[in-house]
Design a protein around this ligand. Sequence first.
Ligand SMILES: [Zn+2]
Length: 195
Amino acid sequence: MRLPVCNFDLESDMLCPNCQARLDRGEITQFDIEFSKLMLKKEEEYPRLENLVILKAAKAGARLILVVKKKNKELLLSEESLIHELIEQFGELIVIEGPTKLRTVVREFIFPANEVGVNNLYSPDGTKESIVMLREEDRERIKFSKDELRIIVSAVMGESVLFEYQDDRRKLMKEEEIKDEFEQRMKELEEHRAR
Ligand SMILES: [Zn+2]
């Protein structure tokens, strides 16, 4: 089995300089390491998993998200008793095939809807944050809330990904307009009184 961390590191319980650097950069997480250890043990019980390639493991609330290499999803899901074990231990299991581009991951979770667009923001320290815009009309069709989407997709991508519905923006604008209107009315009333 190929895992997000080298097998040798898992067996020796020490990260090689390469994996340590990837951990420091945030490309892999402590959970990737823990989960990889577990899966390496499971391989003894499930020898067919020798050919499985897991690119990323992430936990988002009561959900386990695994990114596996293309055409590996079936291989993993066919080990039904292992899948049951994982669900029992971690909660709902979501398996997607990588390598993962942001839009591919987003579409996996908002299916059958499509995103309107993605904006990237860079903070001064160089960290990237993406904001995915969704159509208000799709809100009912998307089975995750925007908070759930943020947690899941951020976990998979290893960076902050926020979700907004277009209407939320319009609502914000409306509140501003309402405030303006209110202030305008107050001004009129004041002027009226002053006369
Ligand atoms: Zn390593």
